[in-house]
Write a protein that binds this ligand. Structure first.
Ligand code: PLP
Length: 397
């Protein structure tokens, strides 16, 4: 395959070659079951424990056993919320935000059907959470608050430390979906004061199908799966050893590369963003500029379709993603952009570029060189654009 410029790292990332190397023995000669009594399995079990320590370090956990390996970020999110609700059976109120990932939002919709009361906290134009409303929504019936650390579409970072301090004082369990934060910004569960925190391997250069849930010592919850004693009975099922070992290696590398995200990757993102905003009359930024993970930018190109931009980008060997909920088969703008009040003229043309440490200066130059041609071509066929005057046509709603 020809070189592809991959700017869709919030969807998934390349497995780091060092991560792959660390995993290979566990597909081949080291295939023992970590729960076995014999040393052939026991030695594999030791590698699982090493990975647990590596992941614990990535999130700042005090004890290795506070890490539970799961099958995905989605499973970690479900385990956190369902697990806590399973313990506090008399509490029927859950607080979350309007811009969470479907791993939380779809679960909350199901909980509503089951009779739970869900408060969806709104965000403002810049994508920032209404923290005061969150605080005033907590009551005696609140079983759990689940809030993301960083938004997958805009990269906006929520003030989880402020929320955690408040909820600790109230004694309400706090889950943080840190799937889009891991590997991009430092995570410290003790600074956040959260009880539970989800991460997913494939977002930071480990393979797909491996996740982890940090569970603070003493957190009251029930398992959502029943079976053997793996993961101390909290997540039964024979362990995905290669995935776990890979996630451990990726966690260690992620910590090493954090400074690079804060410097080189951030600079690249900013250069791409500024270039796009300066180079196109119809470009607007979605999401506040200040508090974002360093790898993400979400730019709306007014009066044209994001899907069409993506197709042209794909032709040029560039992968990005759009702000439309294509997964639902509709071209509705995403729930995140809608919650932010982004007008339809730009929400439909919103593109998310998400970088990684593999992205180069040359990649950004190339994207900036092809975008004007793509945007101009689409503006010329847009029913909202006056090509002669190079300005929007008056819109009669
Ligand atoms: N939470 C957030 C914020 C995400 O961005 C994602 C994936 O995009 C998930 C959860 C789900 O993770 P996984 O793909 O590992 O199930």
């Amino acid at each position: 395959m020809e070189k592809y410029i991959y700017l869709d790292n919030n969807a998934t990332t390349m497995v780091d070659p060092k991560v792959l190397e660390s995993m290979l023995p566990f597909f081949k000669e080291r295939y023992g079951n970590p729960s076995s009594m014999h040393s052939f399995g026991g030695l594999v079990g030791r590698e699982v424990e090493k990975a647990r320590m590596q992941v614990a370090r990535l999130v700042g956990a005090e004890h290795d056993y506070e890490i539970v390996f799961t099958g995905s970020g989605t499973e970690s999110d479900n385990m956190a919320v369902m697990g806590v609700l399973g313990y506090y059976r008399d509490r029927k109120h859950v607080i979350t935000s309007r811009v969470e990932h479907p791993a939380i939002l779809s679960l909350c919709k199901k909980l509503e059907r089951d009779g739970y009361r869900i408060t969806y906290i709104p965000v403002d134009w810049d994508g920032n959470l209404d923290v005061e409303m969150l605080k005033s929504s907590v009551d005696d019936d609140t079983a759990i608050v689940s809030i993301m650390y960083a938004n997958n579409e805009t990269g906006v970072v929520f003030p989880v430390e402020e929320i955690g301090a408040f909820l600790k004082q109230k004694g309400v369990p706090f889950h943080v979906d840190a799937v889009q934060a891991a590997g991009k910004i430092p995570i410290d569960v003790n600074k956040i004061n959260c009880d539970l925190l989800s991460i997913s391997g494939h977002k930071f250069h480990a393979p797909k199908g491996i996740g982890a849930l940090y569970v603070r010592r003493g957190t009251r919850m029930r398992p959502i799966l029943y079976g053997g004693h793996q993961e101390r009975g909290r997540r039964p099922g024979t362990e995905n050893v290669p995935g776990i070992v890979g996630m451990g290696a990726a966690a260690e590398l992620a910590l090493e590369h954090l400074p690079e995200y804060d410097t080189r990757v951030r600079k690249l993102r900013d250069r791409l963003e500024e270039g796009l905003l300066r180079g196109h009359k119809n470009a607007v930024l979605n999401g506040g500029r200040t508090n974002r993970v360093p790898n993400t930018t979400n730019v709306g190109f007014e009066f044209i379709e994001g899907e069409a931009i993506l197709l042209y980008l794909d032709e040029k060997g560039i992968a990005a993603s759009s702000g439309s909920a294509c997964s639902s088969g509709s071209l509705e703008p995403s729930h995140v952009l809608r919650a932010m009040g982004v007008p339809f003229t730009s929400a439909h043309g919103s593109i998310r570029f998400s970088l990684s440490r593999y992205v180069t200066d040359g990649d950004v130059d190339y994207v900036l060189s092809v975008m004007p041609g793509i945007v101009q071509r689409l503006l010329e066929i847009s029913p909202y654009w006056d090509s002669k005057k190079q300005e929007p046509l008056p819109i009669n709603l």
